[in-house]
Write a protein that binds this ligand. Structure first.
Ligand SMILES: Cc1cc2nc3c(=O)[nH]c(=O)nc-3n(C[C@H](O)[C@H](O)[C@H](O)COP(=O)(O)OP(=O)(O)OC[C@H]3O[C@@H](n4cnc5c(N)ncnc54)[C@H](O)[C@@H]3O)c2cc1C
Length: 456
């Protein structure tokens, strides 16, 4: 690529804080709340015009419970869902033979609640603001550089948290990272869309009456019979039959849909552009265009082949594609799929989870799945990027292998990681030391006091 020299400039320092959080999705909002509630001056920088990240696509929250139905994720993650429930905007945690557990929430109510909570906690919020660079001093970040309608500015902080999902801040700061499988393959993104005018009772009865269409995913008739709010993943044979009949088929080998909080609505998680690198703007553009093209095909398939959908109407599409996989920042410990399968508890655990390894293939319509039978721990060292002293990573971009990330990426787990990052950042800022130097026992006891569930 040809290059052009950009003159250096004196940047205005627009804000100063103790803890700077980049990204206001599942992990970032919780990190900001946790740090602010411990008395820190927190600045939360978010690229979009709202908070919630992928939670607002919409998506169900997977994995509050383990396979036995015990709650394993609580703390702020549970507090937010309880507050939504009080407003009639969240369902109960439901056990699921495939998804372990799912909790349906109303995305619009979630957006409103997160803004209220961030305001109540005294967090300085900057929406419409994108982190594009850093100014380093030795091995520490001194300023993040942001761009917005106000131009290019610098924000000064003591401790920084990268909750951008893509590891943008850690990448800018020069932390080592891996991108997908290292050869260009990444899990595909999806533009989620919501259909209205669906006869969800008819669809649920069809699912309950045809359990063989869901046997790949252990979803039996009783699952559909007892859950009026349900996730449907399956119907592989119906898609194959449509293909044989020469009809338009979805770009994925199974349907993935879930009931929203509203009657007659199903959200559809089935668009799948191939070969998209979510850190490349040309790929992202191609992916968005392709997803919007696929929506028409998927609706046509559902109307023709799936009972309950014949009068379905497109109500809304998500604000952008959700990205399943981009950078994983390499840290003091790299969490592996083997750790998850063995149920390792970790002495430095800051949370626990039990969601399974769920790799959507980026180059074809299939999946690879592995199911840990035990609860596993989330090690604090995976939040500490190598080579940078005052940075924590949280959420999707923690230090992990592809396999481990394919499990820890679900949102309740990301919220648990966020709470740990926020508390660790507060302890570090209070003591004036690196997050790498804080006392793990103190971190764990603060988390326990806040209702977080740990494995040990
Ligand atoms: C299609 C799809 C379906 C999924 N299904 C489920 C599901 O059903 N249930 C489940 O629990 N999980 C699901 N997941 C996984 C889950 O949604 C994500 O892994 C999780 O939301 C990641 O949380 P996060 O906080 O790390 O990132 P995000 O939720 O992505 O939040 C990152 C935030 O950072 C902001 N940001 C990014 N870069 C910058 C920057 N440079 N400057 C400022 N702000 C920035 C973004 O705008 C965003 O708000 C799914 C993911 C996808 C993509």
């Amino acid at each position: 690529m040809n290059k052009v020299w950009e003159e250096g400039s004196n940047l205005p320092i627009s804000h100063r804080g103790d803890v700077i959080v980049v990204g206001g999705g599942a992990s970032g909002v919780v990190a900001a709340l946790a740090a602010a509630r411990m008395g820190q001056q927190v600045i939360l920088v978010e690229h979009e015009a709202f908070l919630g990240g992928n939670m607002t696509l919409p998506l169900p929250l997977l994995g509050y419970l383990d396979r036995q139905g015990n709650q394993i994720i609580a703390g702020i993650a549970e507090e937010l869902v309880s507050k939504l429930r009080e407003r009639g905007a969240a369902d109960i945690h439901r056990q699921c033979p495939f998804h372990v557990s799912y909790t349906i929430v109303d995305a619009e109510a979630m957006k409103a609640l997160l803004l209220e909570e961030i305001d109540k906690a005294g967090v300085k919020l900057l929406l419409y603001t994108t982190v594009v660079g850093v100014i380093m001093k030795d091995h520490s970040i001194e300023y993040v550089i942001v761009e917005s309608k106000s131009g290019r500015q610098a924000i000064e902080g003591k401790i920084f948290i990268d909750a951008s999902g893509d590891g943008d801040l850690a990448f800018q700061a020069g932390a080592p990272y891996e991108l997908g499988d290292g050869k260009g393959e990444m899990q595909p993104p999806t533009l989620v869309f919501t259909l209205g005018n669906v006869d969800t009772d008819q669809f649920r009865r069809f699912c309950a009456d045809n359990p063989e269409l869901f046997d790949d995913f252990d979803l039996s008739d009783s699952h559909f019979a007892k859950n009026e709010k349900f996730i449907a993943i399956g119907l592989r044979r119906v898609i194959e039959e449509a293909g044989k009949a020469g009809e338009v088929t979805p770009p994925i080998d199974r349907v993935i849909m879930f009931h929203t909080m509203n009657p007659g609505e199903m959200a559809v998680n089935m668009t799948r552009p191939r070969g998209v690198d979510g850190t490349n703007n040309e790929d992202l553009t191609r992916g968005e265009v392709e997803c919007r093209r696929q929506i028409g095909q998927i609706i046509e398939f559902l109307r023709r082949r799936v009972p309950g959908f014949n009068n379905a109407r497109l109500l809304r599409t998500s604000h952008k594609m959700g990205l399943r996989e981009t950078r994983r920042i390499m840290g003091e410990y790299v969490l592996t799929g083997k750790d998850l399968m063995a149920g390792v508890a970790f002495n430095d655990a800051i949370g626990k989870a039990s969601y399974f390894i769920d790799v959507h293939h980026g180059s074809n319509e299939g999946f690879s799945l592995e199911f840990p039978q035990k609860v596993y721990g989330l090690p604090y060292r995976s939040l500490l990027p190598k080579g940078i002293d005052n940075l924590l990573v949280t959420g999707r971009c923690i230090s992990s292998t592809r396999e481990a990330m394919a499990a820890t990426r679900v949102m309740p787990t990301c919220m648990a990681l966020g709470q740990a990052a926020g508390v660790a950042a507060a302890l570090s800022a209070q003591a004036g030391i690196s997050p790498k130097k804080i006392c793990i026992a103190t971190l764990q006891s603060r988390l326990r006091e806040q209702g977080v569930l740990l494995p040990n």
